[in-house]
Write a protein that binds this ligand. Structure first.
Ligand SMILES: C[S@@+](CC[C@H](N)C(=O)[O-])C[C@H]1O[C@@H](n2cnc3c(N)ncnc32)[C@H](O)[C@@H]1O
Length: 266
């Protein structure tokens, strides 16, 4: 496995921003909750899986939510961010959390189901990622990728400053060699790395149907701080918050786009 350093969030010194990043991940988990019930839990791979791996588990809020609903499986989470792993492990002893960089760690082949949620947009090299997932999984095992899908993110007309902030974020991520829609590339790479595509879904989640608009507002406020403080994009946060106060009362449709990809190890 190539020893390529991760040029992504963990290389930013989170320093005092740990709690901001944690809040960001917890809110994302809330907003995307419907995806688990719709696409993870009913799948055959999930139902039969005994050992589950979360690649890029962060501080574990999503993984622990899943584990609490299916406590009979065995769970391991890995993340390159040591502080996130410490936070995750402090929450439970039921899950094994490991501080590992997927670009330099050689895993054992023991898992039936691997989840990579909101990870791909932070990765500079997807070939190495697929090699890693391939090495973790038993034959017939499932890799489930969930990531954002930018074209189906509809913010609506009342928050143009937030829209502009996301445009700047996309540029900042591009400069780091990552792409917000990077997960779309995986389908083209899958076969070469010993996976077949089982299912690919691109879906818009709607505010007030799939998640609460108030939760999304809170996520957008936290995200704006993340974009400013972690990515260094100059933003007038108070002006963004003021627009979001009007935005939350507006009736224009608001959606979050998700790309869900299920790959099976051949
Ligand atoms: C947006 S967070 C998603 C966390 C979690 N999967 C969730 O859905 O809440 C992306 C995570 O990927 C981790 N990550 C990025 N590059 C990584 C790498 N090379 N190896 C392991 N983890 C990595 C980051 O440290 C971060 O915690």
């Amino acid at each position: 496995m190539a020893n390529q350093p991760a040029q992504n969030l963990p290389n930013i010194d989170l320093g005092d921003h740990q709690s901001l990043w944690k809040e960001h991940l917890e809110l994302q988990t809330k907003v995307l909750e419907s995806v688990d019930a719709k696409y993870i839990f009913p799948s055959k791979g999930w139902q039969s899986a005994r050992k589950v791996l979360d690649i890029g588990c962060g501080e574990g809020s999503h993984f622990l939510r899943i584990q609490s609903q299916y406590p009979d499986k065995s769970y391991t989470g890995i993340d390159v961010d040591k502080d996130a792993i410490s936070m995750a492990q402090a929450k439970t002893s039921e899950v094994l959390f490991l501080a590992k960089d997927l670009y330099s760690y050689t895993p054992t082949q023991e898992f039936d189901f691997a989840i990579a949620r909101l990870l791909i947009q932070h990765l500079p090299n997807l070939d190495n990622f697929l090699d890693f997932a391939q090495a973790c999984l038993n034959p017939g095992g499932t890799l489930l990728v969930v990531d954002g899908y930018e074209e189906l993110k509809r913010i609506g007309p009342k928050a143009p400053l937030l829209k502009a902030a996301y445009d700047e974020l996309a540029k900042a991520q591009k400069q780091r060699g990552t792409a917000r829609n990077g997960s779309l590339e995986l389908v083209n790479l899958a076969y070469k790395h010993g996976f077949q595509v089982e299912q690919e879904i691109i879906e818009a989640l709607y505010a007030e149907r799939d998640f609460s608009k108030q939760d999304l507002k809170h996520l957008y406020e936290v995200n704006s701080r993340v974009i400013k403080e972690l990515y260094g994009v100059p933003l007038d946060l108070n002006a963004i918050y003021a627009q979001l106060d009007d935005w939350v009362l507006d009736n224009a449709p608001v959606t979050v786009g998700v790309h869900i990809l299920t790959l099976q190890k051949i």
